[in-house]
Design a protein around this ligand. Sequence first.
Ligand code: ADP
Length: 639
Amino acid sequence: MPVLIRGNEPGQFQMYWLRLAAGGIALFIFLINTMTPLRDAFAVLYVLVVLLIANTCGLRTIIITGCACIVLTFVSFLIKHFGEPFNGAYLRLAVSITAIGVATMLSVRDRRTRDALSEQVRMLAFTHDTVIVRDAEDTIIGWNDGATKLYGWRSDEAIGSKGAVLLHGRNISSRATEELQATGQWSGEITRKRRDGQWIVLDARWIARLDSSGRACGVIEFGADLTEQKQATAERERSEQQYSAIFQAVGFAIYEVDCSIINILAHDATGLSVDTLQKRLEQLSDKPYIRDANHAGAELAGQPTPRDMAGKSISALFIDQKVWIDILCSIVRGKIDYTVETTFTGPEGRQVDVVLRVTRPTADIGFRRILVMALDVTERNDVQMKLRAAHAELAHADRITTLGQLAVSIAHEVNQPLSAITTFANSGQRWLSRTPPNISEALACFDQIAANSSRAAEVITRVRALTTKETSFHTELDLGDLAKEVTLLLRQESAGKQVEIRTYYDPATSLVSGDRIQLQQIIMNVMMNAIQAMSAITDRARILEIHIKPALFPKTGALMSFQDTGPGFNSSTEADLFEPFVTTKAQGMGMGLSICREIACMHGGAIEAANHLPYGAVVTVTLPLPATSNDRPNDAIRS
Ligand code: ADP
């Protein structure tokens, strides 16, 4: 007979009628038993009432019904036989009460058994696992909801089908059947087909069904779907392999460090002062140990293989103790990432510059897997240092080149006072050779000779100062004075190109801290560029305006702007103006602005360039104030 694995309690409606019928029968028995002269043990029929109730109600109702039937029997007896001497009626009463009592007791026991059974049946019916019952001919005779959900066949479709045909069992070896026959059970993995054709893997357990004579007559199969679990395991294995491949192939050092020991500090880390936390971490700092490392990590630490790293303390091995404590401190306080550039002590005490990035991949595993990644930047730093040195050399070379370009105007500058000196010397001679000699005119000529000599000497001093490759020497400087000095040096150049130079500044706000020669170099490069750019202009006046005023943004200090009326910056080079070797000039080196930026940055300042509407270019230089500039008196504005 097919077995549907479901609870077999009557429905609500059915129960209602059965209870009503039981009540009717009880009333009927009571009336007959009380009203009619029948002398049989008619009350025994109350057993029927108890049985009906037992089939439809719970334990309490069965017991109450049994008791009620006994009471009714007793009441009927009293009505009919009260006061009678002991006779057959007493015996019938005893038989009836015994029958009702026994029926009630058996019903209670039966109810209990059925309750327990139906509980188990419900469990089987609603379990997520599949429960399939097959007979000796492999015909499916039981099929639970779990099986319907997993295979897609309804129980009425599955029941009656052959198991092998409906489910296409795979991976079921003959050993499984042999074991089932020998031991009465078997468990293992099997592959089955669902209604939609998809193959699924099951963790199956078979239990042999036995008939009343103990012979096998089929099998009960319990199965749990392993497909998702298998896929998840495969996926996990795949991602672990992927992780390990990346871990090894990534090209920079990675260490997986177990820092569980700092868990004990994690709870009250926020309540502790940094000093206290650091002190506590100092005691623990050598406890975190390396779980795993890649080849690059082992190489960086001077260990033959990653395996040799396992279990070692990262701080004892090569990270600076202080850096490591800072890292732990920030991680224990809840930071996910920490990046720092530091130095490792590599094999044989070799110092390796590294950018260290420490990260806590997932918070849910606490501090068990902290990833420490180290990128060796020693080579990069060396190259940067060499580049900086080369830049300094280039700056020097460029200064020489600039001075070469200026040689002509300097020669003119020197020529001009020299020829003035010659002229005044001749005049002086003439005034003295008169009779009587004109002493006052001769003295005036000597004054002019002295002034022009000083100017020539000043020009020569500038040339000597600019050609000397001095290191930065910061003093308090007045940008206005510097601008004037450079304007003087470029006078010949600007006059030759008909460029008018206008300087506006307030001495109270033109003081900066810097290296005189280097700042002169910025001013000279920017002014030379402007003069050269304007030489092609014919339709408007060639004017270079220099403004010096306080700067507030992006940096505070003094701001010096150079605004010309030239063609402005070429759009193709505008973005890279400050990069070395960017030039639009046939003879240009493209180093001027790059050096200017270098000098400005070295001074903690900045330089920017932009076009000015409707024409012209503006270059602005911001330089830091001297420390004592606030105390200086506020002079009148000069221009
Ligand atoms: P160089 O003067 O050797 O070309 P710089 O670095 O000093 O190198 O200048 C780079 C480029 O910036 C110049 O070639 C020029 O095209 C542009 N430039 C600089 N100053 C100005 C300016 N005032 N007006 C127009 N273009 C300028």
